[in-house]
Design a protein around this ligand. Structure first.
Ligand code: PGA
Length: 262
């Protein structure tokens, strides 16, 4: 077997993806518990929560000055103008947000977002000073037909080809196998090892700076499997859905990431 590329990531991240969950009341409890439970984050580890748009101001109010950053789960591919219902990257940045998830499989599937649109959103995020968390992942069917690498390469290159090297070096990538999301069981350590090595190779092909961007794993990360997943070479943290909605699950996952060196 050829030697697999090893992680040289510049930082690690644990990011919560709340999806369409929450209320002013329940968020307040959760955000306070997170801010209190995570007093300090080691250098080169970032913790963040990506909340629904209406709760951005609340996240800013309750997390400003804490060790936890905040962001959103999508944004418009347009700058500004007559785009009813859209939210621009600049608006998001106005609320002190740091992250914008783009290309999540639920957006690709339920909103028919294609590779080019995802790339445009990543570009808008970067222009506004946000860090795009670009999600890639194969469906169960694509996996069954051994198309995983082909699908991931296409999703990734659509984004990288649109960005300058400097922009691409500021992206965070998240591998989220669609079949593992919300399923209760993550991809196996072996699968994750293989796919992340493949993704690292694709990134390194764009040069050393792009080769160093963090690559997160997402899909049923829980407190009891986080340490094993974060210890896999080329895994630089996680994108956490269901388990980010409860402080007693999200905080141990963050802890697990502090224990694996960058
Ligand atoms: P999950 O979701 O942790 O609930 O599987 C992850 C995601 O969709 O980002």
């Amino acid at each position: 077997m050829s030697k697999m590329p090893e992680s040289t990531a510049s930082e690690k991240l644990v990011i919560g993806n709340w999806k369409m969950h929450g209320s002013l009341r329940s968020n307040e409890v959760l955000l306070r518990a997170l801010a209190n439970g995570m007093k300090a984050v080691p250098p080169r580890l970032k913790i963040g929560v990506c909340v629904p748009f209406p709760y951005l101001a609340q996240a800013q109010a309750l997390l400003a000055g804490s060790a936890i950053e905040w962001g959103v789960q999508d944004l418009s591919s347009h700058d500004e103008g007559a785009y009813t219902g859209e939210v621009s990257a600049a608006m998001v940045a106005d609320f002190g947000a740091r992250y914008a998830i783009v290309g999540h499989s639920e957006r690709r599937e339920y909103h028919r977002e294609g590779a080019i649109l995802v790339a445009e959103k990543a570009e808008r995020a970067l222009e506004a000073g946000l860090t795009p968390i670009v999600c890639v992942g194969e469906t169960a069917e694509e996996r069954e037909f051994a198309f995983t690498e082909r699908v991931l390469a296409a999703q990734l290159s659509a984004v990288l080809d649109r960005l300058s090297i400097e922009q691409a070096a500021s992206v965070v990538l998240a591998y989220e196998p669609v079949w593992a999301i919300g399923s209760g069981s993550s991809a196996s350590v072996e699968d994750v090892r293989h796919v992340h090595a493949f993704l690292r190779g694709q990134l390194l092909a764009k040069g050393a700076a792009v080769g160093r961007i963090p690559v997160l794993y997402g899909g049923s990360v829980k407190p009891d499997n986080a340490a094993a997943l974060f210890a896999v070479p080329n895994v630089d943290g996680g994108l956490i859905g269901g388990a980010s909605l409860a402080a007693d699950q999200f905080l141990p996952i963050c802890e697990a990431c502090t224990e694996t060196p960058v």
